[in-house]
Design a protein around this ligand. Structure first.
Ligand code: AGP
Length: 618
């Protein structure tokens, strides 16, 4: 996920674009760059690091700030490590076309090969430089204008994009296009100026009139003339509605949500798709993942898998234990990274160590990775932040592609980690023959439906808010689950603790009777996961045990449940799915519940006390 912004009009473009980039830094800050055009000269400045680093460079170069046209970019690296050369904007080989891009061009390697055979050379490792040269090549071959060239080039592209393109020979125009990644266009008075950005925050103080492009749409923005929006594939003109922006600046920076945490909870359907996009092809029965494919023999011959992680990532590791053992029949141990490294663990060359970390910077997990490597294990990293320390330190790995997670309480990191781990477990299960071909196909079809089911689940927000209002003053809570959903109970308790400061514990439901049951009285809310697969009858018995001791029961059940409904004080229904994938659904109500309780208690949801997003101390 990256931020793009641009300006064309009568004002100095530089301060508008740079301020816009700062507002979009939540979308990534691996590198920053800007192109300015003063009527004669294209000037591109770019650097690794934040927008503040970019400003240090442009402060030294008068030309870098000159002109009424500019496009800028703040990068969250996907293809190519974050360095100066891979930073955006990217020029075409002639230097006359310039692009900024948010997204991933999945077939860039094929397109690049073709362009190289036509004499193109590349400075960066990015998919974006391939796209701008493809546009240049199409423009040359077809003898067409920039708009047409962009359109034709995009029909050859597989992947996701929001782009802004400038052509020196068309100095009154900016072309933008969208598929999968957002883009907004701000419209100035009398078409005398236009703004382009990933969200409306960069231009909120200049205009309230905006157009949001839909997927597969492109806009040709012409100074003093106006905007034409077309469908990319069939060339039809789109009758676009101008929207009046209602939101305050601060809200817009959070995409209209009150907090980053809520925004990130709501981003989960898309984040899950982004995790499996290009990796899972259900109709063809394929899962491909370079990091696993390239090391498949190691995975298939492993004596065991050891998972190291901290916090929420450790909970995702616990879910993976169930996934790998059930689907691929590989023994798994899940370790707190902080404990693992301090107890002289027995690791052999036939072990695979999987390190899970959203940030890729957690000091304990990084140290565990180094220890495992020193003992000869093959170490595989699952990170969200591209180019992070753990991603670099591991032998191979896969990114979750969840986009930046800013709220300290992890939400979409958890569900995307589980998605990725499910893909690996399914792939290994298929390769080892521990799941049948038909079961494998069926799992893929089911996993593909999860984002829609999460979307459905997010609609019960009002019900969760009501439950939050009933239990917000509790001082202690219990979270219970069994099997695949035991880790979800732990995660639910962690979410409540870290942002609302209410003491909560997660337990395997059957363990309750070995101690925690003593805590239960009429003041104790107990959140129980009782989905219809797995150990349903046993969990129902556990719920009865709570009921007999007057505990308050809030049960997460499968749609259509009748038995638990009779006993529980509140039920939250989740859509039906495979047992292995239930954690992707059961965790969502707990995220929303913690969020609403924290808001009702007036806590700092996104930056809870004593915590940091990435824990880089031991
Ligand atoms: C969870 O909400 C916390 N932010 C925390 O437990 C976190 O998961 C842990 O610090 C590990 O972080 P990582 O995934 O970036 O390594």
């Amino acid at each position: 996920m990256c931020g793009i912004t641009g300006y064309i009009g009568y004002r100095d473009a530089y301060p508008i674009v740079v301020k816009g980039l700062q507002r979009l830094e939540y979308r990534g800050y691996d590198s920053a760059g800007i192109m300015m055009f003063d009527g004669e000269t294209i000037c591109v400045s770019k650097t690794k690091g934040k927008v503040s680093e970019l400003e240090k460079i442009t402060d030294l170069n008068e030309q870098a700030k000159k002109g009424n046209i500019g496009i800028g970019h703040t990068r969250w690296a996907t293809h190519g490590v974050p360095n100066d050369v891979n930073s955006h904007p990217h020029n075409s080989m002639s230097g006359d076309l310039v692009i900024v891009h948010n997204g991933i061009i999945e077939n860039y390697a094929t397109l690049k090969k073709e362009l190289i055979s036509r004499g193109y050379s590349f400075k960066s490792d990015t998919d974006t430089e391939v796209l701008i040269n493809l546009i240049e090549e199409v423009k040359k071959q077809e003898g067409c204008k920039l708009g047409k060239a962009v359109q034709l080039a995009l029909t050859q592209v597989v992947g996701a994009y929001a782009i802004a393109v400038f052509d020196k020979s068309k100095p009154n125009e900016i072309i933008v296009a969208k598929l999968g990644s957002p883009i907004a266009i701000g419209i100035g008075k009398d078409n005398a100026e236009f703004f382009v950005a990933s969200d409306a925050s960069p231009f909120i103080e200049y205009t309230k009139d905006a157009i949001y492009l839909e997927d597969e749409e492109m806009a040709i923005i012409k100074l003093n003339k106006g905007i034409k929006v077309r469908k990319i594939h069939d060339d039809s003109l789109v009758d676009t509605k101008i929207q009046e922006l209602q939101l305050s600046l601060e809200q817009i920076e959070k995409g209209g949500y009150d907090h980053f945490m809520l925004k990130e909870i709501h981003e989960q359907p898309k984040a899950i798709i982004d995790t499996y996009r290009g990796r899972m092809i259900p109709n063809e029965g394929i899962i491909r993942m370079a990091g696993v494919d390239d090391n498949i023999e190691k995975f298939l011959n492993a004596d065991r898998i050891i998972i190291v992680a901290c916090g929420t990532s450790w909970h995702a590791g616990l879910v993976a234990e169930y996934l790998f053992e059930d689907l691929a029949r590989i023994p798994v141990e899940v370790e707190y990274a902080s404990e693992f490294r301090y107890r002289n663990p027995i690791i052999t060359e036939k072990d695979i160590v999987i390190a899970i970390s959203q940030s890729g910077e957690t000091a304990d997990t990084l140290a565990a990775v180094k220890l495992a490597k020193s003992k000869g294990a093959f170490v595989f990293g699952i990170c969200n932040v591209v180019g992070s320390s753990i991603a670099r330190e591991t032998h191979a790995g896969a990114y979750t592609h969840a986009g930046p997670e800013i709220g300290v309480a992890s939400t979409k990191a958890f569900t995307t980690q589980i998605t990725l781990l499910s893909l690996i477990a399914l792939k290994l299960g298929k390769e080892k023959g521990t799941i049948s071909k038909s079961a494998f196909h069926s799992y893929l079809q089911t996993l593909q439906l999860i984002p829609n089911k999460v979307e459905e689940l997010l609609k019960i927000d009002e019900q969760i808010k009501y439950i939050a209002s009933v239990y917000k003053d509790a001082t202690n809570c219990l979270y219970l689950g069994r099997g695949f959903n035991f880790p979800v109970a732990l995660e639910g308790a962690l979410k409540l603790k870290e942002i609302s400061y209410i003491h909560a514990e997660g337990y395997p439901a059957a363990e309750m009777k070995h101690g925690p049951i003593a805590l239960i009285d009429e003041n104790m809310p107990i959140f129980v996961i009782a989905t219809n697969k797995g150990h349903y009858d046993k969990v129902v018995s556990n719920i009865q045990e709570i009921k007999s001791r007057s505990g308050k029961i809030i049960a997460v059940v499968t749609e259509g449940d009748v038995i638990v409904k009779e006993i529980a004080d509140h039920v939250i229904e989740i859509p039906e799915t495979e047992e292995a994938f239930t954690p992707l659904l059961t965790t969502v109500p707990f995220q929303l519940l913690s969020y609403h309780i924290a808001v009702m208690l007036d806590k700092n949801v996104d930056q809870p006390r004593n915590l940091a997003k990435s824990v880089t101390v031991e």
